[in-house]
Design a protein around this ligand. Structure first.
Ligand code: IMP
Length: 208
């Protein structure tokens, strides 16, 4: 089975990607390849951060004589009336990685605002010896005026999904996966990873 490294130490993400890629690939975590440094996400866009993560891990693999492809993802919530905030800073919008404080800050900033439209975006960067590809997934909705549903992850309970007509906090995992930014980006990655598409992509490159 072909191996791919996911530039994440988060076991939940490893499981999610293993499921999404349908068992055709063995997803290795950073722990599996012995990578234990902190990767600083210094980019000002999701694309830059996804590339930084993928590149850092590819360089580490090269130093250790390995050549596995790497995938890295970065996501955020973009609120239109706030000019795209919290965006790339979603995890630490209120200063530290505290989901409750982040949500309180968003609800505070949107007090009395009529336009509450927002979207989640996920960028996945795939980096291998001869290819770097980006896949972008988005999902649209509105920010509620209060928390509704499960408060355990990020902005889920204040994001009312236009597709589901309820908040992500009220949705089951399967419902959220059917429309989420992450699964929409992963779906494109999955298509790209089918052998036919990958070979086609290489052929295009040689013909340029
Ligand atoms: P990450 O890049 O996937 O780790 O996402 C960065 C931050 O964006 C998270 O810490 C959350 O605050 C927020 N976020 C990303 N995806 C979601 C989601 O599906 N639901 C709620 N919050 C999310």
């Amino acid at each position: 089975m072909e191996k791919i490294v996911l530039a994440s130490a988060n076991q939940h993400k490893i499981k999610e990607f293993n499921e999404m890629l349908g068992g055709n690939f063995k997803i290795l975590s950073l722990e599996d390849i012995g990578f234990n440094r902190e990767i600083e996400e210094t980019g000002s866009t999701l694309i830059q951060n996804a590339k930084i993560k993928a590149e850092t891990v590819r360089n580490y693999l090269k130093e250790n004589g390995k050549d596995y492809p790497v995938i890295a993802d970065d996501s955020g919530l973009f609120i239109h009336v706030l000019g795209g905030e919290p965006g790339v800073y979603s995890a630490r919008y209120a200063g530290s990685h505290d989901d409750q404080a982040n949500r309180d800050k968003v609800l505070g900033k949107l007090e009395n605002k009529l336009d509450r439209t927002a979207n989640f975006e996920c960028v996945i960067c795939y980096m291998a010896k001869d290819t770097t590809k980006l896949f972008i997934g988005r999902t649209y909705g509105e920010i509620t005026t209060e928390e509704i549903g499960d408060t355990s992850f990020g902005y889920d309970c204040i994001f009312f999904s236009s597709d589901l007509r309820k908040t992500f906090g009220e949705a089951t995992a399967a419902e959220k996966n059917a429309v989420s930014h992450r699964s929409r980006a992963a779906e494109q990655l999955k298509k790209f990873l089918t052998p036919y598409n990958r070979n086609f992509d290489r052929t295009l490159k040689f013909n340029k």
